[in-house]
Design a protein around this ligand. Structure first.
Ligand SMILES: [Zn+2]
Length: 505
């Protein structure tokens, strides 16, 4: 035995002796609090799990971006010590809200032509405005504005479709927000890509770049069955199958779409998409307003996620989606705001409130779409709509730590009888206090931590001036409020926007 071997032996012996000597204390050692990244403690925890559990005095332990324990406050505090602690006493702790349909840079077109019929709004305002203004910088500025608004309102995940989606992913990752972000593919030259081939090549690079990111799910977004050809839809389907990237699209939004697709393809949009093999468990379809019971069965059969956008559908007078029927069929049904140009904000609180009330009115039955169901569509079911139910949508052990702390003491929330009704019918975006995404605090006590709010507003207002100039809009009386009506020359057909289509609504 050489001396080196002897030294190794004696070290092992020493280690064993130490372990034996410490054995009587091992129980005490394992019950000492485990150090974790974050503990959120003392709130009413609305878990939004399958049993809709509400813990009156609950807490959560978070480590490595995931929830590692949820339970009673005393249990969690005994077991875990947070390197960071959020005291939620007197407040609600709930899953972050999931906005299942947006066009985030369109925040810069907020209030650009309202109360118009769809055709006038598109051809005189949105298409020309996009043709003249959408660049990568425009997209980044609009995305930062939308992200700041969403974080302030407690939205932690959103599903998007627009141009320059790689830049949107970059801004979203920097702000620490979760997104299913689809690059728009459309059969017209648009701001970032001029041909289908260019768009597919861009999307290929974009998906490969982001696919392993913990916050970003890169997706491909064919605009709609009436703006993308059958051949291109089939190619997109194959792309999704090959890469696993979700497909984000619009479907059956208006009666005109249904009649046009039926005329061109001999079937309604959903039947047509089913026939060409497009529908699958990777598809997320916005709107589904004008659909039949048979088509609801198809959506269920193929596991398609649906994004219901009640405020946009109301504002553009598109129609009322059969939400009570879709809920009964247990469709993967989420809620979305749609772009800010047709809403005009990104508040999921308003969207929940509207969803619950619209369907009561439309069905003449106040029992349909309860407050709890509306809240489920914005959380757990929203996660199902985005095919992310194993990761987000509820506060359960193992899931990603996406949660919000909501005040309960605003005048509009006083007094409190039922927590679900209070959250859906009385709570506003301004009542959200603290936001955590992937275990990272992105807003604390109303203070944004990943975005410079003053700079976001300044840059957005600068774009307002450029957009207004590009459309020769009359300045509003106040100088920076809503745009006035376009002058007569704005109605000329010779605008560059005429040939260009955009993923509106
Ligand atoms: Zn849309």
């Amino acid at each position: 035995m050489n001396s080196k071997h002897f030294a190794a032996c004696s070290f092992s012996a020493l280690f064993i002796a130490l372990a034996l000597a410490l054995a009587p204390f091992s129980n005490a050692m394992t019950t000492a609090p485990t150090s974790v990244d974050l503990v959120v403690t003392g709130g009413t925890v609305v878990m939004m799990d399958a049993d809709s559990q509400v813990l009156a005095d609950g807490a959560l332990a978070i480590n490595g971006g995931r929830i590692i324990a949820v339970g009673r406050r005393d249990e969690i505090e005994n077991k875990y010590r947070g390197r960071e602690v959020i005291n939620a006493r007197g407040r609600v702790v709930m899953p972050g809200l999931i906005n299942s349909h947006t066009h985030i840079p369109m925040t810069l077109f907020r209030g650009l032509g309202d109360d118009l019929d769809l055709n006038e709004w598109l051809t005189q305002y949105i298409f020309p405005a996009e043709a003249k203004n959408v660049t990568e910088d425009f997209v980044r500025v609009g995305t930062r504005l939308g992200l700041a608004e969403m974080i302030r309102g407690g939205t932690t995940t959103y599903c998007d479709m627009y141009y320059f989606e790689d830049a949107i992913a970059d801004e979203t990752a920097k702000a620490g927000v979760r997104g299913v972000l689809g690059e728009t593919v459309i059969d017209f030259p648009v701001a970032d890509n001029k041909t289908h081939e260019e768009a597919m090549a861009y999307t290929g690079r974009y998906v490969a770049k982001w696919q392993k990111h913990p916050l970003i799910t890169p997706a491909i977004a064919p605009h709609a069955p009436y703006t993308v050809s059958e051949e291109h839809l089939r190619a997109i389907s194959k792309f999704s199958e090959r890469t696993g990237a979700p497909i984000v699209t619009h479907v059956a939004e208006t009666k005109k779409e249904v009649s046009d697709v039926t005329r061109d393809h001999g079937a309604s949009p959903i039947n047509y998409l089913a026939r060409i093999g497009f529908l699958s468990e990777r598809v997320i379809a916005a709107h589904a307003v004008h659909i039949t019971t048979e088509e609801i069965e198809l959506l269920k059969k193929f596991g398609v996620g649906v994004a219901h956008n009640p405020q946009s559908n109301m504002k553009l007078a598109s129609g009322v989606a059969p939400v009570p029927e879709m809920l009964r069929a247990n469709i993967r049904l989420g809620l979305g705001t749609d772009g800010a140009a047709s809403n005009n904000d990104l508040s999921m609180w308003e969207e929940m409130d509207t969803a619950a009330k619209l369907h009561k009115l439309h069905s003449n039955d106040p029992r349909v779409v309860s407050a709890r169901e509306a809240l489920e569509m914005a959380t757990r079911d929203g996660a199902r709509a985005l095919h992310l139910e194993h990761e987000i949508g509820s506060l359960e052990t193992g899931k990603r730590a996406d949660l919000i702390v909501v005040d309960l003491d605003a005048l509009n929330q006083t007094p409190l009888y039922n927590i679900f009704a209070q959250l859906v019918y009385a709570t506003k975006a301004a009542d959200v206090r603290t936001v955590v995404i992937e275990g990272r605090v992105v807003m604390r006590d109303r203070q944004l931590l990943t975005l410079n709010e003053a700079a976001v507003k300044r840059e957005a207002r600068a774009y307002r001036e450029r957009v207004a100039r590009s459309l020769a809009l009359t300045p509003a009386v106040t100088g920076d409020a809503a745009a006035g009506p376009p002058p007569t020359k704005g109605k000329k057909k010779a605008t560059p926007g005429r040939k260009k289509r955009a993923p509106r609504s």
